[in-house]
Design a protein around this ligand. Structure first.
Ligand code: ADP
Ligand code: MG
Length: 643
């Protein structure tokens, strides 16, 4: 894996290359237009042929430079692009002395390319803006002295100092102090978030007013910011299905047009006894109007615009393909903990068994959960700290995904988890503990966890996660956006899950699931109702995320496994972003199809007209290239789309 600075240098070079290009190309377009103007003027005043030819050649060079460059690049890879058709048509026009028409063709064609590049640049910009967020140096606290260090040298476990107004250099948790954090650059959410001890802060966010000590949890190249930038850079390689189809189509179609036009030029004069020169002119019109420029340019322009729009709203699509997939989704399955509920549950009861003190129970649980990244573990550690319990590191730790944890010290193992953790390990619950478990479940005390150390049952701890206050409303928005079925998948117990499901108006609730059950149910939902999306945040969700036709990772603070598996990452921890993403993907799909149908119809009409009543070259050029520009502009609308 490349380091953060590598990623950054690469992105910077890619970006600065684009930058110098990005003003040269529009300049050439303007020069082409200028050439056309001067040309028309020269005709008016009856300038010499030599002068006119000079202007013609100049106009052709500036108008065709970028097209020829990309033709050569494409031919090196043994592919043909529409640019070739355009340049051939312009050369043909020059041959029949229709220089101006040829120049207009080159002008409009390069103009539509510039517009498409604009969309691409906006996408890059949205991403490279993220790169500038992280400071290069940090102030670390070492042995009570403050040292200034390059970000790259800071390892997890180090303590860094944040002053008011500092950007957070690395992901970490707050050790001391509190403050308001502006996370808008990462999440698009403009309201600052109040954060205090024990809470996670992300690299790239802005500390508005706190003086804090932060314990670094991830090195520079593993920070959420760095990983997301890496993922999105890769994303551009993943093309939408429509787009890869169009890329192949472009090849054959372009070749077909060249062959057809060549045949047309060669065969028609002898067969129908028309003059070669007249027919050649028609051949050039045909070459122009039959080119699929609009078709091949419009789709990437629309997809890139949509991806840039999404990035601004804190939703990262890892490629155009995922817009297309999300637009087809009919069913969305949600994980419960951390997705429908806040990722910060709270401890509600600590119930030691006779002969065990509450402090002893809590210390054992906290120590066992120390290395778990499950929200339950965080709840327990926060609670333990409030109670003044300072857990020590366990000697051995294992997370049993979807069941609980096992950790040991001095050869004695402590188990914390759901009843199935114990049955999984061949242990049977004492009857009274089982009765207590059922009672707490019935009372809706939240997730009930059993604790056992060595051969001794220590007691029960319950943890309650609160649903997001706006969850029901956001799910309703999803239905308005066209989602037909909403499903909950959870590893938690059925009572908690069903109560929540009823409150939120969820269609189907599946509880007590292991990660592989989630995976299986995603498959079943897909077979039953059609394309299914999965929304999750945990390691336990990763298999289901991978199996879903569209997968969404919740919040930039989700687990690495979820962030990496998902097609779409929500940077803001907000269910509303899902309805936005669904709406955007459908809108994009509509625009893509509008463009495809419109460009094909224009080609069809112009080709038929050329072959029947005949079309003059200027008309052909304007009709064809005009439609190209229209579809590109239609795609760019997605860039400015709101909400
Ligand atoms: P969800 O699907 O709701 O995100 P999980 O599949 O992560 O839930 O967990 C399912 C159940 O496994 C939890 O309700 C809990 O009983 C148990 N469990 C998972 N992780 C832990 C942990 N770190 N400590 C204790 N119990 C856990
Ligand atoms: Mg979860």
């Amino acid at each position: 894996m490349s380091t953060y600075s590598q990623i950054r240098t690469e992105a910077r070079t890619a970006w600065s290359f684009k930058l110098s290009d990005s003003w040269l190309e529009p300049l050439f377009v303007v020069l082409t237009l200028l050439g056309i103007g001067v040309d028309l003027l020269l005709v008016q005043i009856g300038a010499t042929d030599a002068l006119q030819l000079t202007v013609h050649l100049f106009t052709y060079v500036v108008g065709g430079y970028y097209a020829v460059r990309s033709i050569i690049a494409a031919l090196r890879e043994r592919t043909i692009e529409v640019d070739l058709l355009m340049v051939l048509a312009a050369m043909g026009a020059a041959y029949v002395n229709a220089w101006t028409e040829g120049a207009i063709l080159l002008f409009l064609f390069s103009l539509s390319n510039v517009l498409q590049n604009y969309a691409m640049e906006r996408t890059r910009k949205a991403i490279s803006a993220l790169l500038e967020l992280r400071p290069d140096t940090v102030t670390a606290r070492r042995d009570e002295t403050l040292v200034e260090l390059p970000v790259e040298e800071v390892q997890p476990g180090e303590v860094v100092v944040l002053r008011p107004g500092d950007r957070v250099p690395l992901d970490g948790t707050i050790l001391r102090g509190s403050g308001n954090f502006d996370e808008s650059a990462l999440t698009g959410e403009s309201m600052p978030v109040q954060k205090s001890e024990g809470m996670l802060v992300l690299a790239g966010t802005l500390n508005q007013n706190g003086a804090l000590d932060v314990l670094v949890t991830k090195s520079a190249n593993e920070s959420t910011l760095a990983r997301i930038i890496g993922m999105v850079s890769e994303a551009q390689a993943r093309k939408a299905r429509t787009q890869s189809f169009l890329d192949r189509f472009e090849q054959w179609y372009a070749l077909g047009v060249i062959v057809a036009v060549a045949l047309f030029i060669a065969i028609v004069p002898p067969l129908f006894g028309v003059r070669f020169a007249d027919n050649f002119y028609n051949g050039m019109v045909l070459l122009t109007v039959a080119s699929p420029c609009a078709l091949v340019i419009s789709v990437p322009a629309a997809l890139l615009s949509a991806i840039a729009n999404a990035a601004r709203h804190g939703v990262l699509f890892k490629g155009g393909a995922h817009l297309e997939e999300l637009s087809r989704v009919k069913v969305i399955a949600f994980d419960k903990t951390g997705t429908l509920t806040h990722a910060r549950p709270e401890v509600t009861d600590v119930l030691p068994r006779p002969g065990v003190s509450a402090a002893e129970l809590l210390a054992a649980v906290a120590r066992a959960e120390m290395q778990s990244e499950h929200p339950i573990a965080r709840a327990i550690l926060v609670y333990a700290e409030e109670q003044g319990v300072q857990p020590e590191e366990p000697e051995q730790f294992e997370a049993v995904t979807g069941m609980g944890v096992r950790a040991s010290w001095h050869g004695v193992e402590t188990l914390v988890g759901a009843p199935r953790l114990f049955s999984h390990l061949g242990l049977t619950l004492p009857d009274e503990l089982q009765a207590e478990f059922d009672r707490l479940g019935d009372e809706g005390r939240g997730t009930v966890l059993l604790v056992r150390r060595g051969a001794l049952w220590l007691g029960i701890v319950t943890v309650m996660d609160r649903e997001r206050p706006d969850a029901a409303e956001k799910l309703l928005e999803l239905r308005k956006a066209g989602i037909e079925r909403i499903v909950m998948l959870t590893g938690d117990n059925a009572r908690v899950a069903e109560a929540l499901g009823r409150r939120l108006g969820i269609d189907e609730v599946y509880a007590g699931l292991l990660p592989e059950d989630k995976l299986r149910i995603i498959g079943e939902l897909g077979a039953k109702y059609g394309p299914t999306a999965m929304v999750g945040d945990g390691i336990n969700d990763a298999p289901a995320l991978a199996a879903a036709s569209s997968s969404i990772a919740m919040g930039a603070a989700g687990t690495d496994a979820a962030l990496e598996t998902a097609d779409i990452v929500l940077m803001r921890d907000d269910l509303g972003a899902i309805a936005y993403a669904v709406g955007l993907s459908k809108h994009t799909q509509r625009v893509v199809w509008q463009n495809i149908i419109f460009s094909l119809s224009v080609v069809l009409v112009l080709v038929v007209l050329t072959l029947t009543v005949g079309v003059k070259l200027p008309m052909g050029v304007v009709g064809h290239e005009g439609s190209t520009i229209l579809v590109v502009l239609n795609g760019l609308r997605l860039l400015v789309r709101r909400g």
